[in-house]
Design a protein around this ligand. Structure first.
Ligand code: 13P
Length: 334
């Protein structure tokens, strides 16, 4: 493992003014997104949609540091035969790959999940590296509810994240470590803060035990935020203040960067929260976005599967990328 090179990639992924496009929706998830805009989820349509994003020159060259791909996409070619990975590289962004294989029910823990995909991972990473991937992503899912999360769910997911991260670094790939605490329930922001703190502490404990080099990884956490169904929705300032307090307490300064998931926040909320956090600096790590929905909802709607809407889709994507690029410097204005 060459830690200096891993650190160079991790640092570039969180460069000021830029962030990550999470375009790694599984076949099931992209079908849901396409259903919402009345587009059939065929391989060709998925390719056309993602090609549209990767050919958005303004967004890709100025505001996007890296793109997380799904397995199908990393092997696909654009309509003119250029590999999609090459389009990303040519724009100056770094290709990455989602390598977890989704979640399964956790035995003995009703309602809780564990992320799977460690079998043969070393072999898959080698192939992805050859194809051009320089970072990877693994998402663990922790739900908040009555009596959950259990320490069992937190431990097994942290263990798997660390196993994955160590395998990535051995394959010269920067791991994005993503322990997502869901915002789906009716819990308040303080409960989210408390659970996320337990999850992050356990995750970093496992990363240390398994000898992962913190300088060669990126953390992708949720923000400390009110559950969607909570009667009291915390303000932008409260989310920013509690998230930064949480991260300062749990994330060592050796980690080059933190890139948030949007997790179901509206486009504007996700931008406003990131922006407000940068008003609380200086911060010990790079702090930016790794949004899926908050970057893609607008372009999906503008495109709606019609070739004549490609420019409109690209404009919508570039706008959101620019807004989040500004937020990653604390320079966004509503
Ligand atoms: P969202 O921003 O839509 O939460 O997606 C980010 C992601 O990559 C989740 O794994």
């Amino acid at each position: 493992m060459n830690l200096t090179e891993l650190n160079v990639v991790a640092t570039a992924m969180v460069a000021s003014g830029k962030g990550i496009l999470a375009a790694d929706e599984s076949s099931g998830t992209i079908k849901k997104r396409f259903d919402a805009i009345g587009v059939e989820s065929t391989e060709a349509n998925r390719r056309d949609y993602r090609e549209m994003l990767f050919r958005s020159r303004e967004a890709m060259s100025q505001y996007i540091s890296g793109v997380i791909l799904y397995d199908e996409t990393i092997w696909q070619n654009a309509a003119d035969g250029t590999p999609l990975v090459k389009l990303i590289e040519q724009s100056g962004a770094i290709p990455g790959i989602k390598v977890d294989e989704g979640t399964q029910g956790l035995p003995m823990c009703p309602g809780e999940l564990v992320t799977v995909g460690l079998d043969k991972l070393a072999e898959r990473l080698r192939k992805y590296y050859e194809r051009g991937a320089r970072f990877a992503k693994w998402r663990a899912v922790i739900d908040i509810g009555s009596g959950i999360p259990s320490m069992t769910a937190i431990s097994v997911n942290a263990h798997a994240l660390a196993r994955y991260a160590a395998l990535c670094q051995a394959a010269q790939i920067v791991p994005i470590v993503e322990p997502e605490v869901l915002m789906d329930g009716d819990h308040d922001i303080d409960r989210c803060h408390e659970v996320t703190s337990r999850v992050l502490n356990k995750t970093f404990q496992e990363l240390r035990v398994q000898r992962v080099a913190l300088e060669g990884m990126v953390l992708k956490p949720n923000m400390a935020i009110s559950g969607k169904k909570c009667a009291r929705q915390a303000s932008v300032e409260e989310v920013a203040e509690k998230t930064i307090r949480l991260l300062k307490a749990c994330v060592p300064a050796a980690v080059p960067g933190i890139a948030f998931l949007s997790g179901g926040q509206s486009d504007e909320e996700a931008t406003a929260h990131l922006n407000a956090m940068h008003k609380l600096g200086p911060l010990p790590w790079g702090l930016t976005f790794s949004y899926g929905r908050a970057l893609q909802a607008a372009p999906q709607k503008a495109w709606s599967g019609r070739p004549e809407n490609v420019t409109a889709g690209q404009n919508a994507f570039s706008h959101r990328a620019r807004m989040n690029g500004l937020a990653s410097r604390g320079e966004w204005q509503s």
